[in-house]
Design a protein around this ligand. Structure first.
Ligand SMILES: *Cc1c(COP(=O)(O)O)cnc(C)c1O
Length: 523
């Protein structure tokens, strides 16, 4: 009989009493348990045959290691199985629907991956002289020009490496623009419903943060905003579409009020997927906005890849954009790396965000995505994303409470609250029930302005059949929560792990492993 090589078995979770009887191996049918690498491997085993190293006199002056390094040795099939088993415990966009609101978990087209692996892009070293990187610089420039066209904004910084990094880039440009006028402003205003990164970025950039309330309809309260504006305000960060899934209709009036006191309008553009090809933020008076290439332009994110957060700028802020950036001089591309180059002066650039040029692989993927969609295709992206979200909102608003359902159609995400559930049942129970149904849960408890929020972003890449299956599952779970079905409190019952104490796991992680055994002792 073969068992797990180390004889390791998972400990039964404490609330596992009503589950199926545990198996000898701890495996659940073909879903295999997997121990840590250190627990399976043994230090005197190896997957390769190496000759004994020749004996040479040590030149380390007594500093040589005097005990084993303790790394686990595995054979090739053991190593392959270890990672394959772990990968099957992962949930990702290639496995199923991933309705995580505000995250735009859309399909990453394989064409993009193919392009990013072209050796001319993938094998470039960032220190290659510009004469040898003209194609890559041309691509960075092209993506930048298209982002400027799509947003209607004249300046761009391609180098920020994530949405939050882009926010910092935008605020540092705002700070530089005020300082250039000898105007030291202290405060950034942020709506209550903002993504957590907004106030965090403002604080990190050294500003005091004040919050602006939302109206009962879920939009920024324009009068409350005006009451807080003054010459101490450096800028206002608005998310549009906002995190309640609604378009900020007063955006132009908001921008006018902000500009009237000499402040700048920062737009959190992470939700650009809802408006790309339909609305140009530059037309709404935005001064700076980051774009998450890893959301709107489909480059893999979460566990699947790094982010990329280029920032577009208005005329007023463009001169303060950070280095480095690509410029086209005739038929040649140059990388502007310093405040002054021969022909042009960039002495206003606020500095640098990254060591090199940014996330090249993401630029290639975004370029492939834009080229394969074209202008009409990108517009269709946002129209279909909005259509999918409204389909979910209207298919479920009889069983789940939609707090802003009366505020008109939503944009790219549908928002529900925990109103109307049986005593003791919460949003968490619904999320756990969805895991049993085979879905990654939606975003929970965000935005904070809605009690027990459930934020669902289907994106444009799900088929109607997939949406219908999700709607059916969520309806069933919601009905159980309303009826107070006690079995739902125990969910998930079909997952490899049951209901864990996630807070304790995050706050007091128990990160231990047993030393790898000697193979001779284990056998
Ligand atoms: C995702 C997101 C961000 C942050 O982007 P990261 O790339 O994760 O740093 C900021 N704001 C909103 C609204 C987002 O959805």
């Amino acid at each position: 009989m073969t068992v797990n090589p180390s004889g390791w078995r998972p400990e039964a979770p404490s609330n596992d009493t009503d589950a199926a009887p545990t198996t000898f191996t701890g495996n659940k049918a073909l879903m295999l348990e997997e121990a840590l690498l250190f627990e399976i491997g043994s230090i005197d085993r190896t997957g390769v045959d190496l000759p004994e190293p020749p004996r040479v006199a040590s030149r380390l002056n007594g500093l040589e290691r005097n005990r084993t390094i303790g790394l686990p040795g595995l054979s090739e099939p053991e190593a392959v199985r270890h990672y394959t088993r772990l990968s099957r415990q992962n949930y990702g966009i290639d496995l199923g629907f991933f309705p995580l609101g505000s995250c735009t978990m859309k399909h990453n087209p394989r064409l993009n991956e193919k392009m990013a692996r072209l050796p001319g892009f993938a094998d470039l070293h960032p220190l290659t002289p510009v004469d040898g990187t003209q194609g890559a610089l041309a691509l960075i420039h092209l993506v930048g020009e298209w982002l400027k066209t799509l947003t209607g904004m004249p300046g761009i910084a391609m180098s920020p490496k994530a949405g939050a990094h882009g926010e910092l880039c935008g605020l540092l440009a705002i700070r530089a623009a005020h300082e250039a006028q000898g105007d030291a402003r202290t405060t950034i205003l942020v709506p209550e419903s903002a993504h957590g990164t907004n106030p965090a970025t403002a604080a990190f950039a050294g500003y005091a943060v004040e919050s602006i309330p939302a109206t009962a309809e879920g939009r920024v309260d324009l009068d409350a905003l005006k009451a807080k504006l003054g010459t101490h305000v450096a800028g206002v960060m608005i998310t549009n579409p906002n995190t309640c899934g609604l378009f900020e209709r007063d955006m132009i009036a908001i921008a006018d009020a902000i500009h009237a006191v000499g402040a700048y309008l920062y737009c959190d553009g992470a939700n650009f997927n809802a408006i790309v090809g339909s609305v140009r933020p530059g037309d709404l008076g935005v001064d700076a906005m980051h774009i998450n290439l890893h959301k709107t332009f489909s480059t893999p994110h979460g566990g699947g890849g790094p982010g990329s957060g280029p920032v577009v700028f208005s005329e007023a802020l463009a001169p303060f954009a950070p280095l480095p950036f690509v410029e086209q001089h005739g038929d040649k591309y140059v990388l502007v790396e310093e405040e002054t180059v021969a022909e042009e002066h960039h002495e206003k650039a606020f500095g640098r965000m990254v060591a090199f040029h940014g996330q090249m692989g993401m630029f290639v993927r975004a370029a492939a995505y834009m080229m394969s969609h074209g202008a009409d295709g990108l517009r269709q992206v946002s129209e279909d994303a909005v259509l999918s979200a409204n389909y979910i909102l209207r298919s479920l608003d009889d069983v789940l409470e939609a707090p802003f359902g009366a505020s008109g159609p939503c944009m790219h995400e549908a928002l529900f609250s925990d109103d109307g559930m049986a005593e003791g049942f919460t949003t968490l129970d619904i999320a756990k029930g969805l895991i049993d149904e085979g879905f990654h849960p939606m975003t929970m408890y965000f935005p904070l302005v809605v009690h027990g929020a459930m934020l669902i972003e289907p994106t444009e890449t799900e088929s109607k059949a997939a949406l219908d299956q999700f709607i059916g599952a969520l309806r069933s779970v919601a009905e159980r929560a309303k009826a107070g079905d006690p079995a739902l409190k125990a969910a998930p019952i079909h997952a490899p792990r049951r209901r864990l104490d996630e807070t304790a796991a995050a706050r007091k992680p128990v990160l231990v492993y047993k030393d790898p055994p000697l193979a001779s002792a284990a056998e």
